[in-house]
Design a protein around this ligand. Structure first.
Ligand SMILES: [Mg+2]
Length: 326
């Protein structure tokens, strides 16, 4: 029998994951491509508020959250992963002139190739396809797959990542993120789960992920811009590890500079899953809004994101739709 207290806190964590990621995205967006230290100069209180800027209104979420919503709604409407449908939704969104879209994602979605070969062909052409764009949108799918267990969740992460990212490094990182969120939603410590999760990573990619996700790694150790998958996830985990609240973790992530919306979106997904939605301050959730270009002028606010998270966490039979290794 399910302990009602545990069930409630699990739901709060699931909402925290989805809302926390959106909050991180919106909070970090005005600081995108800025230098380190800018956030704490702007907000000497160390936590800050939704300020807007750089083309963003205060509380406006960017492509990170927009794509996460598209993934989550597709999973719910189909009762599982229909990759062609997720790709179609991405294409419809990409064709509607979103304010922000990753270069790699845009190339894959607008290149005219079919869903099952577009990302691989892009990788073949460019040799570069391990951007952080599959990590940034993973909150919804991580919540959806959590009840299906580790292997199914990691398999789902890989398949969704592969829609836009041809480099297996991105799939493996997104699979690790799914698993750490699954652990957090169960009320356990995701940091403690890193070593065992790395054992599940493809051997060709394990060492590089182990480096950036290790306890001793610091964002200053990054060997590339944090728009790449490795330092993005490493920085998010560092922000979670070195702070003691949801608010502090996001401030630490954004203060690193660079791809601030995405590093904070990944941090917010993890920290929200750890601390639960009660830890996300109202001054951040009240102005939060997620426009959805290409979908009839829809704008999701806290209530809609909460409803989405609850549905994703409780979708019946969610374990049946996963085809591991597919
Ligand atoms: Mg963005």
């Amino acid at each position: 029998m399910t302990d009602p207290h545990l069930a409630a806190s699990r739901t709060a964590r699931a909402i925290g994951c989805v809302v926390g990621s959106a909050v991180g995205d919106a909070l970090g967006a005005p600081f995108e491509f800025g230098e380190p230290g800018v956030y704490r100069v702007r907000f000497p209180d160390g936590v800050g508020e939704m300020c807007g800027g750089g083309g963003w209104d205060p509380g406006e979420a960017t492509d990170d959250t927009q794509m996460a919503v598209l993934v989550g709604e597709s999973l719910l409407e189909h009762g599982g992963l229909e990759p062609a449908d997720v790709f179609r939704r991405f294409q419809r969104w990409a064709a509607s002139d979103p304010k922000d879209i990753g270069l790699q994602t845009e190339d894959v979605l607008t290149g005219g190739d079919p869903w099952d070969t577009a990302a691989a062909r892009h990788f073949d052409r460019t040799g570069r396809a391990a951007g952080n764009g599959s990590l940034m949108r993973a909150a919804t799918s991580a919540v959806f797959y959590a009840g299906a267990g580790r292997d199914a969740s990691m398999a789902g992460a890989r398949r969704i990542a592969a829609l836009t990212h041809g480099d297996r490094a991105a799939w493996e990182g997104t699979a690790v993120l799914h698993e750490l969120i699954r652990v957090a939603l169960a009320g356990e410590d995701p940091l403690a789960a890193v070593p065992a999760t790395l054992e599940q990573v493809h051997g060709d990619h394990r060492a590089r992920w182990a480096t950036v996700l290790s306890d001793g790694w610091h964002p200053d150790d990054a060997t590339e811009f944090n728009g790449a998958a490795w330092p993005c996830f490493g920085s998010a985990l560092w922000a979670l590890r070195t702070t003691t609240s949801f608010e502090e973790s996001l401030a630490a992530a954004i203060d690193l500079g660079g791809d601030t919306d995405t590093v904070a979106a990944v941090t917010g997904a993890l920290a929200g899953a750890v601390y639960g939605v009660e830890a996300v301050p109202e001054r951040w959730t009240a102005p939060l809004h997620v426009p959805l270009p290409g979908f009839g002028g829809r704008v999701l606010r806290l209530s809609e994101l909460t409803g989405l998270a609850v549905a994703l966490a409780g979708a019946p039979g969610r374990g049946q739709w996963v085809r591991p290794g597919g």
